[in-house]
Design a protein. Structure first.
Length: 94
């Protein structure tokens, strides 16, 4: 399945700004993040629904739904889950 185009995740830019400060995070293309060389986060969209694939340690975790045109509450919830999984990936890499 193809990745979601950036214009459909641009509302998440505040989350991306925070992520760009995390050690080892690299943004390979807009909205597609790696932890060093490990794919970590990207988005999909289908039938008006959007979700993120986010690594949970060494494997992809359950997809994380994130509504289109998300509210601050939804973005904060999403950011918290992404940070939790980032910590798991960093620990698994050690």
């Amino acid at each position: 399945m193809a990745h979601c185009p950036y214009e459909l995740v641009a509302d998440l830019e505040p989350v991306f700004d925070e992520m760009r400060t995390w050690p080892g995070i690299k943004e390979k293309s807009p909205g597609v993040f790696y932890v060093k060389s490990i794919p970590f986060l990207h988005f999909h969209v289908k039938d008006g629904e959007r979700w993120a694939d986010v690594k949970a340690d060494k494997t992809w975790g359950e997809p994380v739904d994130i509504p289109m045109r998300s509210t601050k509450v939804a973005r904060d919830r999403f950011a918290k889950e992404v940070r939790r999984r980032y910590e798991l990936v960093v620990q698994a890499k050690s």
